[in-house]
Design a protein around this ligand. Sequence first.
Ligand code: BTN
Length: 333
Amino acid sequence: MAESFTLLSLLEEKPGEFVSGEELSQKLNVSRTAIWKQIRKLETQGYKIEAVTRLGYRIVERPSRISPVELNLKLRTRSFGRNVRVHEVVASTQDEMRLLAEQGAPEGTLVIAEQQNQGRGRMGRHWVSPPGKGIWMSLLLRPNVPLLQTPQLTLLAAVALNRAIGRVTGLDIGIKWPNDLLIDGRKITGILLESATEDERIRYVVVGMGVSVNLEASDYPEEVAAKAISLRMASGRVLDRVELIAEILQEFEELYDVYNSQGFEPIRLLWEARSVNLHKPTVLTTASGQIEGIPRGISETGALLLETEDGRMQTVYSAEINPWEQKEQKQQS
Ligand code: BTN
């Protein structure tokens, strides 16, 4: 694995250009036959490598699968994603990560799956995770903060994904409270935080991220098709999932560092600047019924501050939020 990693980095150094077998064997200090064997190994991992006499080798196609080797090459993080497991198919990456977390996996550990057959979303919903088209991944955090502050991490995750995806795609992405990412009102990303706790402290948090990258309209079940959109559908191009993962992890790690050194305030400001709900009439569906009001901001702990009709400010920790105009529709559905 270590050898093919170096060969790959040499080929990736000059994209599109040939690198001679001689240069490769000198730099890697192995025979030309060993280079050939490593090339074959890369081909089994989904790379297509052109070999031309006297010119050498060059990459003509990269794997459509998420390859840990390629991810490692693209990562610019300190720890996030450095310890990574990539699965072909799992029930849910959240469960895989919980197992690793209980075995003592370090902060920043990442589990990715090409496909989930029991992907889950917020409020017990199913999360559509077809093979090879999305980013279905879980990141492990071991924050040293009280349980009460978990909502802050939920918002931090939304800002990280918003900034990273916005940078790669150039698309205008808003955040629907607490952490759905939307393009023109349609969801592109869902985030699910699950924590393990002990005596009001967080032992660890599993941040589940589902990004609809290259899904097509036909990949969505009828009931979600009108409410969801993929980055491919919104941008008109197929996106490189590994590049997106690397960007998300870098942004996440940087914001998490800011959060750990400067507290929640900078994150709160970034979140509020991207919110699609603030200062607009809204209806919130909570476990105990519907509340109407105007979201005015985020509290110190990360909860939503809702101004209700009587002018009071109510703190909301968990609910489904919708524009007021959709109230009737919501009640009918
Ligand atoms: C939501 O309801 O919006 C949250 C969706 C979270 C989906 C991701 S996909 C990776 C991880 N594994 C899961 O089973 N869920 C999360």
